[in-house]
Design a protein around this ligand. Sequence first.
Ligand SMILES: [Zn+2]
Length: 292
Amino acid sequence: MERANRASSTVAGQARWEISHETFAAIEAEYESLVGWASEYVAELGRKLVDEDLYVDDGPLLAAGAVSWLTVDAADDSFQYLVEMRKAWTQRGYLTVGQVRGVLNCLRAKVERNRHDAGAASFNDHFPMLAQLMRTARDAGLRNPQLRLSTADGYQLKIKWAGARSRNPGSIYVLERGAVHDPLNPGFGSSGAYFGKLDGETGEVDAKLQQHDGVLETLQAFEDNPTGEALRQAGVIGACCFCGRTLTTDESNAVGYGPICAEGWGLPWGKVPERSTTTEVREQFDAQVAAT
Ligand SMILES: [Zn+2]
């Protein structure tokens, strides 16, 4: 306890402190689940910690959570900084505020990584149907087959074959059309952003694309139901999602794409709108009623 309160200088008017083995033992005896609490605390902060974040009433509790995580949960973590901090804790018998801050930032990074992994796991890492349709269109002789898809948060995607002389021939690129800037994701919304690529044969998602949940969500909707999503996208973007042209006939509006794209991409067209049997029966009945 003595070392925890030892004042050698001040930050923001408060005494500089360290967490010693004695302080840690005292806090740990009083509180449960400090690591879980500290994990939520640093995650909710929404940014990296600075030393000043520890000069608050909960500072010593955060420090105890940091030590607990460092010496128990992350005891096998071979990240060099954590190895050094464990050594400092064991050999010197305390951690300074700066060291506690460093450990908590490692914990924060760990929490963020786990959250991202949990989010990414809910999406496919292969889109074979999408890749197959892209091959169908290419093999049908369409000069530059593309898919235009709008994401739920308003990004316009352009999905196209990588050029034969590009660095990734045979891959399908996922790019951004137009410039939509998102202040929360700097660099994400710049014009012509490159999100990643799919394998043209298997539809496998590359590591870069795996980091864009909103894009994956959109690709998965198309993968699960290509014609249904083509129709929905036509409503969103006001045009055929394959060629970008405005739809002009009832047949095209009924499916969301025109006859040329239907043929090129191997999709049904022209069978709709078909009147249901129920409608015809009802009309005949109405006509008979009117005649009598
Ligand atoms: Zn079209």
